[in-house]
Design a protein around this ligand. Structure first.
Ligand code: OGA
Ligand code: MN
Length: 204
């Protein structure tokens, strides 16, 4: 399926359900290159323990989340990061066109979850800051097996409050959702688990 059709199916799913799960979003070579970069950043000591909460109340707390992250910077993006950012910008334009969201930019980070690490149930919008509108999680894991665990437990809202989907972090699966609507958590995995997570935001 060409990338434009994939973006179109994201728009359709967001319109009807508020979330979209797209397998095989990017070519395998791009996913492998992004995963390599995340691992290289880790070796270089450029992945930092993630903190939770908004900037004026942050805590490094591996009981809440045990991942290590590295923020992408437009200014020194690698070739494969630029390609990811370009694709995401096309998605941003389409989201703005269809939903009048006024999405202004994407902030994204690599995340490496060591074996057994979790991210407890949370919403992606901070209570005191509402500018994160749409969350996008792209998985970078090669040959992920069901028994590896590490699912994204994704809680469905409305009448089905207590029902959830367990989404496997299979390489090139993209999950997109309205940031203020869906609670989610990361279950522990039996191997290292890598993702590239982005949030489209409005101006502060
Ligand atoms: C997050 C998050 C989920 C994942 O970074 O906010 O929920 O599967 N990540 O990496
Ligand atoms: Mn989240």
């Amino acid at each position: 399926m060409p990338i434009d059709s994939k973006i179109e199916s994201i728009i359709t799913a967001i319109a009807s359900d508020g979330f979209a799960i797209i397998p095989d979003f990017l070519p395998p070579a791009q996913i492998a290159a992004l995963a390599d970069e995340a691992r290289q950043l880790q070796v270089a000591g450029e992945m930092r323990r993630a903190v939770t909460g908004s900037s004026n109340a942050t805590t490094a707390d591996n009981k809440m989340r045990g991942d290590f992250i590295h923020w992408l910077e437009d200014a020194n993006a690698s070739r494969v990061q630029k390609s990811y950012l370009q694709t995401m910008d096309t998605l941003r334009e389409q989201l703005n066109l269809h939903f009048y969201l006024g999405l202004f930019e994407l902030e994204s980070h690599f995340a490496i979850y060591p074996t057994g690490a979790i991210y407890r149930k949370h919403l992606d919008q901070f209570q005191d800051k509402q500018h994160r509108q749409i969350s996008c999680i792209l998985y970078l894991n090669h040959a992920w097996q069901a028994e590896d665990g590490g699912q994204l437990r994704f809680y469905l809202n409305g009448r089905h409050e207590e029902t959830y989907l367990d989404i496997e972090p299979i390489g090139s699966t993209l999950v997109v959702f309205l940031s203020d609507q869906f609670w989610h958590e990361v279950l522990p995995a039996k191997r290292q688990r890598i993702s590239l997570t982005g949030w489209f935001r409005t101006r502060e």
